[in-house]
Ligand binder design. Structure first.
Ligand code: NAG
Ligand code: NAG
Ligand code: NAG
Ligand code: NAG
Ligand code: NAG
Length: 716
């Protein structure tokens, strides 16, 4: 969403005087006092009030509502509103709705990046973190420094290890992403009250098949994701379906990319489906400037006005950016849209604002600055790091270290003393960031630090000598290596899976001079090919810490010295560097041996891995047994489908655990029938099966079959 900021600024300078959004202004109470209008009449239903407000607005006032920086209608006592706030893993100021410099709240708890919390595979933890972020959001709102509408979680699938925003997601498994969306959205929005009232609004983004930033010549702004019906249905869509249907999110964001040649914000079929089939009640926002690019950069439409017509008619309600504010009047004048097309969008927008209580008197017990940066939230952030940390290697139980035997630690690496390397994308201002150096010093007074490399890109060996000296003197050497936002971030994908620059050389060099074997700590969201370290006996232990957020430095020694026994599991496959021969743009999930395509993610990938999905060690020995597994999955009510119809069959199944079921039935003849069912199946789940047309040379003799995946980490 970087692009939009530029445009917002341009707009603020060029058009109507920018009115600072006052997040706490309530039209139906002082000082705005619009009480005489029916939209303030609390005895009326929300739909009636929303319609009443729409009916009072002039065309210009209506158009001013279509931007994230929504104009007010001062004449009616309606204040401006800023829709865009961010809260991915703590309050962040990527959006203008959160402002750390305009009031008493100067920082907020920086929880670990989502890919690390996900590795805990603990739904209660995910829920608790979302509730804590919500409390901070309400506290900051109470202080007048944040809105009530947030654009998180990011529930796209971590399809390719190079993706710069994979770190923001809950990994590569659609069932895990779906489960995460439920905990995040429910924890954040709170209980659904009467008429769908919620305390905060969460947003399922980015809809859909969005998982590439900028790679080789391709950009997310113009990328056409070619997705087959089967992958769409059983990989890309399931988290969105759950996020809407089960979690009941009040916002959906359409993405920049096209899906099969049509820009997502213009895909009427896919946008309407969320309302018609999934029961979506909320507003649909575009990603920032995702409408402007439809004509300008994708040349999908013939004019800017046509872009506006196509997205409003498709069902988009809000535009992040100023494009609709600038061009909607002209779209009306040219007859491309009618005023009713805008009214439809405004109805959705005002309904959500009213459900949030933005028109009524603020709650007397508003939260405030004391609810932000609390001790409890810091402890929860630490707990999330502990539970998520993944022990990748621990030969001969080298870890945990014994405190009595370690008097002098050297901690080496460009990020080891950098508080800003810890947060990952969408980090705001942390309350009290603890670097690895500071955290280690609190444990072992004699801790020395050497950067080894000037920065994470590590382009020179100039600082190696100093690191060698530090390593030689220490009892134990911890090297902190891996990625940073300089290597992977929004609008920037990696091209290699290897450690950046000369980092590998640094690790080799240090390993050859230490008294004892060294401990390697890896940072970053995307997987790295560390095969060299996996096979090097001088490096007995490797610990992955993702982006651990502000308490990472505190937790690292707790784990290394065995106060906490790590048990996190990777939520994504760690592929070898050879995987980068596969174009990032190939959206196919399933392997295709005929063209040497290995497939993607643990569900389909057929090649070698460095570390697999679900991998992670512990200091203790343990084994798994299934607590309770589906005793029965029965499939009935199946009859030979009418192959001329695209929808056939219903089925009845039973399962006690959340499962993902894939169906495959060859008696569809030239049709292959697959419908994934993700989530907890009720005793008599009934679902519709769909048939998709596939290649005619499918073997028609293979027996029908299904396979069942249970979702790891779900509570019984
Ligand atoms: C935050 O608020 C301050 C003070 O009102 C203002 O100067 C600044 O521009 C705001 N920052 C953003 C990002 O909106
Ligand atoms: C899951 O997280 C919660 C909250 O931190 C914690 O109380 C619980 O013990 C965790 N469950 C497991 C199995 O670790
Ligand atoms: C879109 O096109 C405009 C006009 O050519 C250009 O200025 C802008 O940088 C492009 N934006 C993107 C995201 O490519
Ligand atoms: C990590 O990335 C951030 C953001 O790009 C940068 O400010 C910081 O200097 C980087 N740290 C290192 C050690 O490279
Ligand atoms: C380091 O080298 C890489 C590749 O040679 C280059 O892309 C990058 O900009 C360099 N970084 C710095 C900080 O010099």
């Amino acid at each position: 969403m970087l692009l939009a900021l530029l445009c917002l600024l341009t707009f603020a300078g060029a058009a109507a005087p920018a009115v600072a959004a006052a997040p706490n202004a309530r039209p139906c109470s002082a000082p705005y006092s619009a009480t005489a209008y029916p939209f303030c009449d609390a005895t009326l239903s929300i739909p009636t009030r929303a319609r009443a407000l729409v009916s009072l607005l002039t065309l210009d006032e209506k158009i001013a509502q279509l931007s994230n920086t929504a104009g007010g209608a001062p004449r009616l006592g309606v204040p401006p509103y800023q829709w865009w706030s961010e809260s991915l893993h703590g309050l962040a100021d990527n959006g203008p709705g959160v402002n750390f410099s305009s009031g008493p709240v100067r920082a907020a708890t920086a929880f670990p990046q989502v890919i690390l919390s996900t590795a805990a595979f603990n739904r209660s933890l995910w829920r608790a973190v979302a509730e804590a972020i919500a409390e901070e959001a309400l506290g900051m709102h109470g202080a007048g420094q944040a809105g009530l509408t947030y654009w998180a979680p990011n529930i796209n699938i971590f399809r390719d290890p190079r993706w710069g925003r994979g770190q923001e997601t809950s990994g590569e498994d659609p069932a895990v992403a779906a489960a995460y969306s439920v905990e995040y959205v429910k924890g954040f929005q709170g209980e659904y009250g009467e008429e769908g009232r919620i305390r905060l609004s969460a947003c399922c983004k980015h809809y859909t098949a969005y998982d590439m930033e900028k790679w080789e010549g391709f950009s997310r702004y113009t990328f056409n994701a070619k997705v087959n019906a089967q992958d769409l249905e059983d990989t890309y869509q399931p988290p969105f379906k759950t996020c809407i249907q089960e979690a009941r999110a009040s916002c959906l964001m359409c993405s920049y990319n096209q899906v099969n040649g049509v820009p997502m914000c213009a895909r009427k079929d896919l946008l309407q489906k969320t309302r018609d089939e999934w029961g979506f009640q909320g507003y649909i926002t575009s990603d920032c400037d995702a409408v402007a690019i439809i004509h300008e950069n994708q040349t999908y439409t013939a004019s800017d006005e046509d872009s506006i017509a196509i997205v409003l008619k498709a069902g988009m309600d809000l535009n992040c950016g100023s494009f609709l504010v600038r061009h909607t009047k002209s779209a009306i004048e040219k007859g491309k849209i009618q005023e009713q097309d805008i009214d439809r969008a405004l109805y959705n927008l005002f309904s959500v604002q009213m459900r949030l209580g933005l028109f009524d008197k603020p709650n007397e017990n508003q939260l405030g600055p004391n609810n932000v940066c609390t001790k409890g939230h810091r402890e929860l952030a630490a707990e999330a790091v502990r539970q998520g940390a993944v022990l990748l290697k621990n030969d001969n139980s080298f870890l945990p270290l014994k405190r009595t035997e370690v008097r002098h630690v050297a901690i080496i690496g460009p990020s080891a003393n950098d508080a800003y390397a810890m947060g990952g994308d969408y980090t705001g201002v942390p309350c009290n960031p603890t670097t690895f150096l500071k955290g280690m010093q609190a444990y072992v007074t004699q801790t020395t630090f050497a950067a080894g490399c000037k920065d994470v890109s590590c382009n020179s060996t100039d600082l190696f000598a100093e690191a060698i000296e530090a390593a030689k003197r220490a009892d134990i050497v911890v090297v902190v290596a891996g990625l940073n936002l300089t290597e992977e971030r929004e609008d920037f994908d990696r091209v290699s899976l290897l450690l950046p620059g000369k980092q590998m050389g640094l690790i080799h060099t240090i390993a050859s001079v230490t008294k004892k074997p060294l401990v390697l700590v890896l940072l970053g969201g995307g997987p790295v090919d560390v095969s060299f370290a996996k096979h090097d006996s001088r490096i007995p232990s490797i610990l992955w810490l993702g982006y651990p957020g502000e308490v990472g430095g505190q937790v690292l020694p707790e784990i290394l010295f065995g106060e906490y026994n790590p048990g996190g599991k990777l939520a994504m496959t760690w592929y070898p560097e050879s995987f980068t021969a596969i174009p990032m743009t190939d959206m196919n999930m399933r392997a295709d041996p005929s063209r040497g395509y290995p497939g993607r993610t643990y569900r389909f990938y057929t090649g070698d891995v460095v570390y697999g999905f679900g991998y992670g060690l512990s200091y203790s020995k343990y084994s798994y047994s299934i607590l309770s597994a589906p005793k029965k999955i029965s499939v009935s009510h199946l009859s030979v489908p009418d192959v001329t119809k695209s929808t056939c069959q219903s089925l009845v199944m039973e399962s006690e655990l959340p499962v993902l079921v894939e169906f495959w039935a060859p008696w569809c003849g030239p049709w292959k029938m697959i419908d994934p069912i993700v989530g907890k199946l009720s005793k008599d789940y009934e679902g519709k099966l769909k048939c998709y047309k596939l290649n005619r040379d499918e073997n028609p003799d293979t027996a029908s079959q299904y396979r069942v995946w249970s979702i790891p980490g779900s509570p019984p």
